[in-house]
Design a protein around this ligand. Structure first.
Ligand code: ADP
Ligand code: MG
Length: 360
């Protein structure tokens, strides 16, 4: 177990790194963020910073020497960078989870290998392959780049054959997958953690509403039977155990109209749909991740309230002063400078007691 006073290295300087650093601080741990120059809200609240590109070998060596354990707060840190740091200091979760989740094709094949249901998919490496994939998967479908997509970016919806020409170019003519469109009943996610000893703890799955491909609202509890919640947790446990994972994971599910579950994707990190745990649980997903990677016992995932988390995207954040006067509202602002379109600037959580009354 890493004792208080130890230093957590975090690759990535976004809001997830910021909330991890704050959770580490509460436990008397220090944080050291490695991120390229830019608007890095994580760097405002950590103890030390390595400001460098991920391919800067000297900076990587300095970072590895300065931390007692390392983690990453987003899945697009280059695998080579993380592998090199992992040769010098423990990186949790490891390189394997990153490698799998960085590439939508590898991720889908991994899930299929575990017998887990996903959307039907086909690999698309050029415009001709797209035509073949459409013939196989059918329409509607979504073309997604294999790498570097997030918040709905790098995706093109194909509703009819008229949308097929030009779609390859619309996703940047990069290696992609075509996914059959899933006519789901709802979307849920499981935020779970696996400790160094292999123990697993899951939070209650929230129900997630997306707008323009970006998470807008997470509500807990989801309107689903207990059996579905249990199955989602069990599938998440299999994914965690198969990867010999340490830390928090976010697994996104489609609940199909017949009640079956399909996995959409997973993120090897704390997840936006788990932000409500900051206010509705004694131990948040951020503290849980810090506990796991430091070899501490996992914390209690019980929820003391029902909750609704709403992202403040872009100009939404201008309402901060009105939100600040709302009784009982938990306001979280990330300290980013530019509210560019689609940018996550903060979030708010409203808590409700189990009868549905707003907690003030
Ligand atoms: N195959 C699909 N069928 C139906 N909806 C989808 C499908 N893939 C993605 N979506 C919708 O788009 C959202 C974002 O897609 P996702 O694959 O999770 O990408 P990102 O990495 O940007 O989160 C999903 O949460 C879901 O609402
Ligand atoms: Mg997603």
């Amino acid at each position: 177990m890493l004792a208080p006073g130890s230093t957590i290295g975090i690759l990535g300087g976004g809001q997830l790194g910021r909330m991890l650093a704050l959770a580490a601080a509460r436990l008397g741990l220090k944080s050291h963020i490695f991120c390229p120059p830019g608007d890095n809200p994580g760097s405002h609240v950590c103890d030390s910073i390595t400001l460098a590109e991920y391919d800067d070998a000297a900076a990587r060596a300095r970072f590895a020497a300065a931390v007692d354990v390392a983690t990453y707060e987003f899945e697009n840190v280059p695998v080579d960078c993380v592998a090199e740091i992992a040769a010098r200091v423990a990186v949790r979760p490891g390189v394997e989870a990153l490698r799998i989740s960085q590439d939508r094709l590898t991720e889908k094949n991994f899930l299929a290998g575990l017998g887990i249901v996903t959307a039907p998919f086909a690999s698309v490496d050029d415009a001709a392959a797209l035509t073949q994939a459409v013939a196989r998967i059918g329409l509607p479908a979504i073309l997604k780049t294999r790498r570097l997509g997030y918040d709905g970016r790098g995706q093109s919806m194909l509703r009819t054959v008229l949308d097929v020409p030009g779609a390859w170019e619309r996703v940047g003519a990069s290696p992609s997958i075509l996914e059959g469109f899933v006519d789901f009943e709802r979307e849920i996610s499981v935020i779970a953690a696996r400790g160094i000893d292999g123990s697993i703890a899951s939070y209650d799955p929230p129900e997630n509403l997306h707008k323009d491909g970006i998470l807008a609202i997470s509500r807990v509890p989801a309107q689903i039977p207990d059996a579905i919640a249990r199955e989602a947790a069990a599938l998440t446990s299999r994914i965690l155990t198969e990867m010999d994972y340490t830390g928090v994971i976010g697994v996104e599910f489609f609940v199909l109209k017949d009640g079956r579950l399909a996995v959409n994707e997973f993120a090897p990190r704390v997840h936006n749909s788990g932000h409500w745990t900051l206010d509705a649980c004694a131990i948040s997903q951020f503290e849980q991740h810090i506990r796991a990677i430091c070899g501490w016992p996992l914390g209690d995932t019980a929820r003391h309230s029902n909750a609704e988390m709403q992202n403040l995207i872009s100009a939404d954040v201008m309402q901060w002063s009105a939100l600040a006067v709302e009784p009982g509202l938990c306001l979280h602002l990330y300290g980013k400078d530019a509210p560019r379109p689609g940018r996550k600037m903060g979030h708010v959580t409203r808590l409700f007691d189990k009868s549905g009354t707003l907690v003030r």
